[in-house]
Design a protein around this ligand. Structure first.
Ligand code: AGP
Length: 585
């Protein structure tokens, strides 16, 4: 996904756009660019690399109207020429999404044209230039009707003293502030600028001048969209003295747990209704959201004793799934914008399933589809690697499983877990293990049952911020092949929180040690720590029982990933090749 910002102000636009792009860099940072309109002329600066590459050239951009873009490359490699904005004739545009029929449009409308870039987005501005007859809104609508795929487009035109936007499947919000009016991909871009925002719906268009914001539906009828508080504020976007958002957000995990529990009551009644009579549960998500779904699967099967599958959204939506009106589909997504998860939820809705969203983004595409939304109250998560949102998801899913099973939730217990999580964040020393990982050729995260689900999450965290090859694996499976990879260069991080399974998992520890592999053990069990302390690096966490242990053990694994990345000189907040939410398929 990419980040886009546009504004029509009573003051110079370029530095505001630059600041907005900096807040959206988690959406992509392969290249960036800004275009402004002044005295009927459009000026553009764009560079490969992070937004900061623009800092020294925004001074040349005059004008109070402008658009900006920070890119996560999909079509066309990261380069100056493929950076947005793209321009043609009277127009410049920025685009987030994928134009799936780009080649057909080029073939049909511009068979002989030489496109400047390799991007799909450039065809949009060429079409605008082709179809524009003086009416910007109609031209934008006409072009949008030709596009297949997903798009959030913001446009400037030399004939128009403002910006225009159109939205389909990729997010656009609009907002009004003291200095004028805005459009952007996400709320952080408008932190400190707009206290309230409105979320455009699919096929909406908007005309934004310094004096007003007008929204139109797909039939060009003027409409008004709900006004909501901008949850992103300069305070919660501030690093708070931390060197990276990743560390700040790991430290916020205890509050994510407590706050998610505190707001759960807002969904509880609706959840009880939609859960009543469900005879099967399918949990779906991507990446970390899928990993938290694996933990939820165990909760639901253990507490409610009804069949529950956890499905990777990108797989679920293409396998002609067996879903009916008594199926409860739980779609998990921090951003609420992940294309595969959103489409999986849409598929479930079409099949008349009961759809519940568990998300940290209350005004997202996913919440627009779901029957019931269970809020994760983790606050804006800027680091590409999910940390506090994972903690919030686990807490929310634990409470959801209690509703499904009719179990009463002990909120005192959840408050205690929040405090134990805080202690873990503050007191866990993982330096030795991070050093082991940083020097290793590969790191294997092992566990059984719920610890296996957490091991998968630990492996994903390490991979995405340190770039060290890693795999999460069931401890009992190691001897069925993967053990062949274990030698003196390998490190195994073994999660053991269940008294019930400790002995069996220790077998995997012995197998790794006997092949000269190095072992780190994350455990809440004194007996395990005592037994292995001379032959493995031990991370002793508090013992909170196997079911809530992910809220503690995951923090240790996140800290290991973070520290390893920093040791290797990586940027844990903006890992290479990645974006915070993948709004394309
Ligand atoms: C996790 O650290 C990654 N950022 C990634 O796997 C992420 O969890 C995945 O893309 C799903 O994002 P979502 O929760 O916003 O849907």
């Amino acid at each position: 996904m990419c980040g886009i910002v546009g504004c029509a102000l009573k003051r110079r636009a370029s530095d505001i756009i630059y600041g907005g792009l900096k807040q959206l860099e988690y959406r992509g940072y392969d290249s960036a660019g800004i275009a402004t309109l002044s005295k009927g002329r459009i000026s553009i600066v764009k560079r490969q690399g992070k937004v900061e590459k623009l800092e020294n050239c925004i001074g040349e951009l005059c004008g109070n109207i402008g658009i900006g873009h920070t890119r996560w490359a999909t079509h066309g490699k990261p380069s100056d020429v493929n950076a947005h904005p793209h321009a043609a004739g009277k127009f410049a545009i920025v685009h987030n999404g994928i134009i799936e029929n780009c080649s057909e449009l080029k073939e049909k409308y511009f068979p002989d044209a030489d496109f400047l870039s390799d991007t799909d987005s450039e065809v949009i501005v060429r079409l605008l230039d082709k179809f524009y007859d003086g009416d910007l809104l109609n031209a934008l609508k006409k072009v949008a009707d030709l596009l297949t795929g997903s798009y959030a487009i913001v446009v400037i035109c030399t004939d128009y003293a403002g910006i225009a936007a159109v939205k389909y499947k990729s997010p656009v919000i609009v907002g009004s502030g003291a200095d004028g009016n805005y459009a952007a991909s996400d709320a952080p871009a408008l932190a400190g600028l707009c206290r309230e925002i409105s979320v455009l719906e699919d096929n909406d268009l908007a005309l934004v001048t310094q004096d007003d914001v007008r929204v139109f539906d797909g039939n060009l009828n003027e409409v008004s969209r709900a006004v909501r508080p901008n949850l992103a504020t300069p305070a919660n976007l501030d690093l708070g003295g931390c060197p990276h958002y990743m560390l700040k957000e790991i430290r916020e995990s205890p509050y994510a747990i407590a706050n998610t529990c505190a707001v759960f009551h807002t969904a509880e009644r609706e959840l009880e209704k939609i859960c009543s009579g469900a005879d099967r549960v399918i949990i779906t998500g991507c990446g970390t959201a899928y990993n938290s779904g694996l933990v939820a699967k165990r909760y639901i099967e253990q507490f409610a004793r009804i069949p529950c599958e956890a499905e990777i959204a990108g797989e679920f939506r293409y396998k002609n799934p067996i879903v009916g009106e008594n199926t409860l589909v739980v779609a998990i997504s921090q951003s609420g914008e992940t294309a595969d998860t959103v489409e999986a939820a849409r598929l479930a809705k079409r099949a008349n399933a009961r759809v519940v969203a568990v998300t940290n983004a209350p005004y997202s595409q996913l919440t627009g589809i779901a029957d019931v939304v269970v809020p994760v109250a983790a606050g804006p998560e800027i680091c590409v690697a999910a940390t506090k949102s994972y903690a919030g998801q686990i807490a929310a899913l634990y409470l959801l499983a209690n509703v499904l099973s009719g179990r009463a939730t002990d909120f005192e217990e959840m408050q205690k877990i929040s405090r134990l999580c805080k202690e873990t964040v503050e007191n866990t020393d993982i330096s030795a293990i991070a050093d082991m990982c940083a020097r290793s050729g590969g790191v294997y995260f092992l566990g059984r049952d719920i610890d296996y689900a957490v091991a998968l999450e630990g492996s994903l965290k390490l991979k995405e911020v340190s770039y060290i090859p890693s795999e999460g694996y069931p401890a009992g499976e190691l001897k069925h092949g993967t053990l062949a990879l274990i030698d003196e260069n390998a490190v195994a991080v073994v999660v053991i929180t269940s008294e019930r399974l400790a002995g069996k998992t220790e077998n995997a520890v012995e197998q790794v040690l006997s092949r000269k592999g190095k072992v780190a053990v994350v455990t809440g069990l004194e007996s395990v720590a005592k037994k292995l302390k001379d032959r493995a690096e031990i991370v002793k966490i508090c013992d909170c029982g196997e079911y809530l242990s992910p809220l503690i053990s995951s923090v240790a694994l996140q800290l290991i990933a973070y520290k390893t990345a920093v040791m290797l000189g990586r940027d844990p907040d903006k890992p290479r090749n990645l974006a915070k939410s993948v709004t394309v398929e």
